[in-house]
Design a protein around this ligand. Structure first.
Ligand code: BES
Ligand code: MN
Ligand code: MN
Length: 464
């Protein structure tokens, strides 16, 4: 395995150029105008698995976008690592805020990435992080140091809720059987503070529609005398938090796992600079549920946030109008043991109940996902920790993150497998935002670290 450093310095330019090529494809799963690009990206990923040395690869059709599968089985008696990632990306808008076009990747220096970062939609989430695994596999296969079997499952609908994946797992249990699942689709604390993600939040996502009068009205002739759905919607949304920023939906917290004081004290030891946090976001102060620290608020506590709100006139200039309808998209991040369907139902019931007489309310559920937590005493965690120790010279810190990867809980339910989340991105890499980027150093460090995971995982499994 120790040849990995050499292999990277020899092939570094090619590793970067191949990723840039993949980033040029606008594989936006949310927008059907890009469906051809999404499919072409799947084909590119399949070709990259072939080139890396997989024995067999396949484009597996689903109800939605295909899953790319590949495997290298060296000995069925050896353990198997299943790598999951996604080749689809978020829409790039708002376009005008990008300093270079989202699908024309360029390398630029930043304060946190003095060695340069690749700027493009998907650079970090998740093409760049997924491709580290393809290149790590290439190294192990070409140098004949792969110590266990490897399977790849790269999907194309993660950013829209992985709708086809539950069926796919059910239908391919044997093909996907494994001893551990390995994913790089999260982040780490800092380039000199490696961390392993031990928890993901769940998600419940709804859209609401408030209807007032049956048509748009003149805001002078009718204003003051009829319910304005935009005013009403805002008041309803405002009432969803109390003065302590507690969510007011009845029974919302019933199943929330209260983290013990001991575990909270342990979490508080992780480095977190609140001043740097505020400065990086240009905010005068942080905001959240009383009684919890900032890092607790975004990891072990559930939330409710408006993701978008619209209605009435939003064009240039002014138009005096009372809209007939107002809309909002709302996400709730969930923690163990909250159930997305149950939370969606609680939201719906409450939102309908607080609507004033004068309006009609419609709540439409979107996708959801279960939260996930894993413990540190598994072989998988230990193998990952040893891998980071080898390449970073430091023991990684366990970290529960606020984001969601709903498929991880499904992997546990359907395939009975645990997942190890080895993320190499930084929170400041702007995933889902304009100017998403991924440090070149991080990309190469990931490629360097991953083979050691295989080495230690195989060793720990064989009892060495
Ligand atoms: N890779 C992210 C999730 C993530 C990012 C977790 C950083 C932790 C740290 C993933 O692609 C994503 O964006 N997930 C969505 C959920 C999905 C159902 C659309 C999310 O978290 O909003
Ligand atoms: Mn992702
Ligand atoms: Mn994402």
């Amino acid at each position: 395995m120790d040849q990995i450093k050499n292999y990277i310095s020899q092939h570094k330019d090619r590793f970067i150029n191949e990723l840039l090529e993949l980033l040029r494809k606008p594989s936006i799963s949310a927008d059907s105008a890009f469906s051809q690009d999404v499919i072409e990206t799947a084909n590119m990923v399949e070709q990259s698995l072939k080139d890396a040395g997989c024995d067999s690869t396949e484009i597996c059709e689903t109800k939605g976008y295909p899953v790319v599968y590949g495997e290298k089985i060296i000995d069925p008696k050896l353990p198997t690592v299943l790598v999951y990632g996604h080749y689809d990306v978020q829409p790039p808008d708002p376009m005008e805020l990008w300093t270079s076009p989202p699908f024309e990747p360029v390398i630029k220096q930043t304060e946190l990435h003095p060695e340069g970062a690749i700027f493009a939609r998907g650079a970090c989430d998740d093409k760049g992080q997924m491709y580290m695994h393809v290149k790590a596999a290439e190294f192990m296969i070409k140098n004949e140091v792969l110590p266990c079997n490897i399977k790849f499952m790269i999907e194309g609908e993660e950013e829209v809720g992985s709708d086809s994946l539950a069926d796919f797992l059910e239908g391919h249990k044997e093909k996907l059987s494994n001893d551990i699942i390995l994913i790089s689709d999260t982040g780490m604390m800092a380039n000199d503070v490696p961390s392993i993600t031990t928890g993901l939040r769940g998600l419940s996502y709804v859209e609401v529609e408030v209807t007032g009068p049956n048509r748009d009205l003149h805001s002078g002739i009718y204003g003051g005398a009829v319910p304005n759905p935009i005013n009403v919607l805002n008041k309803m949304i405002a009432s969803l938090h109390d003065e302590n920023n507690h969510i007011t939906i009845p029974n919302f917290y019933d199943k929330v796992e209260e983290v013990s004081d001991m575990e909270r004290a342990e979490m508080a030891k992780a480095p977190f600079d609140i001043e740097a946090y505020k400065k990086a976001l240009d905010i005068g102060d942080v905001h959240g549920e009383s009684g919890y620290t900032t890092s607790e608020r975004y990891s072990i506590r559930p939330t409710l946030d408006v993701n978008g709100i619209w209605g009435g006139y939003t064009g240039e200039g002014a138009k005096t109008v009372i809209a007939s309808k107002a809309y909002a998209k709302i996400s709730m991040r969930l923690v163990p043991h909250q159930e997305p369907d149950e939370i969606t139902e609680l939201f719906k019931k409450h939102f309908e109940a607080i609507a004033p007489e004068g309006v009609k309310v419609k709540v439409t559920p979107h996708h959801g996902g279960l939260p996930y937590v894993t413990n540190m005493d598994s072989i998988g965690y230990q193998a990952a920790a040893k891998a980071y120790e080898t390449t970073f010279g430091k023991t990684p810190i366990p970290e529960r993150t606020g984001g969601s990867i709903p498929i991880v809980a499904l992997f546990e339910q359907v395939l009975k497998s645990k997942t190890i989340l080895m993320g190499f991105g930084l929170d400041s890499d702007a995933i889902h935002s304009p100017n998403e980027h991924f440090g070149v150093w991080n990309y190469l460090k990931g490629i360097e670290t991953i083979p050691y995971f295989y080495k230690y995982f195989a060793e720990l499994n064989s009892g060495q």
